[in-house]
Ligand binder design. Structure first.
Ligand code: NPQ
Ligand code: MG
Length: 367
């Protein structure tokens, strides 16, 4: 396969409701889509970088810059390119994993579509539908939070994740437990605490949570192991797990019992697959995270979440959790699950007319 050109397209999508986390409030998304144009057909990728460097150091404008000026030129110059070569081809460039993931995804989609193979078959997945959880933002009051959570449970979501931060943690968790009983429940702090909060966070142990996700900053891996001596709720890492090496080290250190896998965060679906396989070997449960993806990223994530060691429900929510209208056929919750696409590549089709309507810029990068 030969990469002939890459189309970078930015789109704006409003969220159905504001989404507040410990690092800020999201009202809409500025998303970078990547189309790989190859000699065997096109493929789609989606970059999960946000508008600002607040979830991680990456952000969408930087991702586009590094693709145009650094990552794409060597890939476009390569006489022959497969998805499996993208990681190696970009190894000399440090970081920028979300940018790298987006072009690898597009090349993988082109490659699999051309040979009629689905993402899910490529991953060796074992399920035809995946259990879905929902990530619930920080709310202005507990009554409003309970209304939101009740609505999601009525829709059938099988697990609830509450975003927490200092000042919004024990009380919302207590209120959800009191109102909704033993629904599978977990929390995500997006790095908002410090090790000195350990005794406070141990108050969450009373609520039988599945896990506490990324309580401490990304680089404080050892501190998570220290925290786990005080907090009995299993620690899950998200932001800290940037590679299979980081995953192996964190497990060895006792920093986490569970891992949130986001293909975009770790540099692509192939590295995510390696993390899945490592965790299966080490008997560490994993689950599929979410980055407010369009139907393209959602399709890849749902396909991967069908792999055997994805034993906990993911943040693979329905399209309607985030968007009134998606750029592909929407993912719809059926009995708390999403069906896994089985058509070639990502297995979804882009609504080109709607895509044009929400496009803010396009750039064609050629050889
Ligand atoms: C998490 N996702 O698990 C992330 C955080 C997150 C579903 O909770 C723009 C881009 C907005 C990326 C908001 C969920 C985002 C974002 C939240 C990621 O930590
Ligand atoms: Mg998280």
């Amino acid at each position: 396969m030969k990469l002939e050109a890459v189309e970078l397209r930015r789109i704006r999508m409003s969220l159905v409701a504001p989404f507040e986390t410990s690092f800020g409030t999201q009202l809409e998304r500025d998303i970078l889509l990547v189309k790989a144009i190859t000699d065997v057909g096109d493929g789609w990728g989606e970059c999960v970088a946000g508008e600002e460097p607040d979830y991680s150091s990456e952000y969408v404008e930087a991702a586009q810059h590094v693709l145009v000026h650094h990552l794409l030129p060597p890939l476009l110059a390569s006489p022959s390119l497969a998805a499996a070569d993208v990681g190696d081809g970009l190894r000399r460039f440090h970081g920028h994993r979300m940018a790298k993931a987006s072009i690898e995804m597009a090349v993988l989609d082109a490659e699999l579509r051309s040979r009629g193979e689905s993402f899910t078959h490529f991953f060796g997945a074992v399920r035809t539908a995946v259990d879905c959880g929902v990530s619930v933002g920080i709310h202005r009051s507990i009554p409003e939070l309970l209304t939101t959570v009740g609505g999601y449970l009525d829709q059938g979501y099988r697990r609830v994740k509450l975003k927490i931060k200092p000042g919004w943690d024990v009380e919302p968790v207590r209120a959800v437990r009191e109102r909704f009983g033993d629904v599978p429940l977990q929390v995500d702090a997006n790095t908002a605490y410090s090790l000195s909060d350990a005794v406070h966070l141990a108050e969450l142990d009373a609520f039988n949570l599945l896990l506490i996700e990324q309580p401490l900053p990304e680089d404080q891996v050892l501190a998570h192991a220290e925290l786990a001596k005080v907090v009995r709720t299993p620690v899950c890492l998200d932001e800290s797990i940037t590679s299979v090496q980081a995953a192996a080290d964190a497990i060895q250190l006792g920093a986490c019992k569970i891992i949130n896998i986001k293909p975009g965060r770790v540099g692509g679906y192939l590295e995510a697959q390696r993390i899945h396989d490592l965790c299966a070997l080490r008997q560490v449960p994993v689950w599929m995270g979410g980055m407010l993806e369009t139907g393209l990223g959602r399709a890849g994530n749902v396909a991967m979440a069908a792999m055997a060691d994805f034993t906990l429900p993911g943040d693979t929510s329905a399209s309607s959790r985030y968007y009134h209208r998606d750029i592909t056929e929407p993912f719809v919750l059926v009995d708390g699950r999403l069906n896994v696409p089985t058509a070639p590549g990502l297995g979804v089709n882009v609504d080109q007319a709607y895509l044009e309507e929400i496009t803010t810029s396009t750039l064609l990068v050629t050889r």
